[in-house]
Design a protein around this ligand. Structure first.
Ligand SMILES: [Zn+2]
Length: 204
């Protein structure tokens, strides 16, 4: 993962993308996903960044809940079933990227909140006690963290964590393992199917 954040060659948000992600009830953008920015240019609304974060976080949890199982499958799987092991690697890579990018993006204080709440799953009461802050402060910080990370996940160059299908379909991103020379092409997030032979735990 490269350490430079692309400031000069910034990705472009499109109107249709922000519209699709915007929160209908948002009082800042009225569900349009865009807000007037500096010097007349429109800028994505914070509700869009939060939506990006929520999508990435949901996928992270999904990957993390399967990770142990998938790793085991990857090792035990029939070598002919290339796709399954590639998918397992991709999952692990996503988990690592999600954590790494978050750590790099947030300052120390934000990262503590992020870690307690999003990585360790502590609820607001526990977080407030641990961090010695009140409920309002906590949720304000959580909003800011979601916005900051959502923006970074989407704008990160050269390999954004969002959109998820681009990440997982590997447009341009090669797996680190030379034994898996091509990225997954067809499956985004395969759901457990009855054809799979090994005992499967349902995803949370
Ligand atoms: Zn909005």
């Amino acid at each position: 993962m490269p350490g430079v954040r692309g400031k000069q060659k910034k990705m472009q948000w499109t109107r249709s993308e922000t519209l699709a992600l915007a929160q209908q009830s948002c009082t800042f953008c009225y569900g349009l996903g865009l807000r007037p920015g500096r010097s007349g240019a429109s800028t994505p609304c914070n509700c869009v960044f939060r939506a990006v974060f929520r999508a990435c976080y949901a996928r992270f949890r999904h990957c993390a809940s399967k990770e142990k199982y998938i790793s085991r499958v990857s090792l035990e799987a029939n070598p002919g079933r290339q796709r399954k092991s590639v998918w397992g690697l991709k999952n692990e890579e996503y988990i690592a990227d999600f954590c790494l990018v978050s750590r790099r993006t947030l300052d120390e204080y934000e990262y503590r909140i992020f870690k307690y709440h999003f990585l360790l799953g502590a609820d607001w009461k526990l977080c407030c006690r641990k961090l010695n802050i009140d409920r309002g402060t906590f949720f304000h910080e959580v909003y800011r963290i979601q916005q900051k990370l959502g923006r970074t996940f989407r704008e990160l160059e050269p390999h954004a964590l969002f959109p998820l299908d681009e990440y997982f379909n590997g447009t341009g991103k090669m797996p680190a393992d030379p034994a898996s020379p091509f990225p997954v092409e067809t499956e985004d997030a395969p759901k457990p199917k009855p054809v799979i032979k090994f005992p499967l735990k349902r995803a949370a």
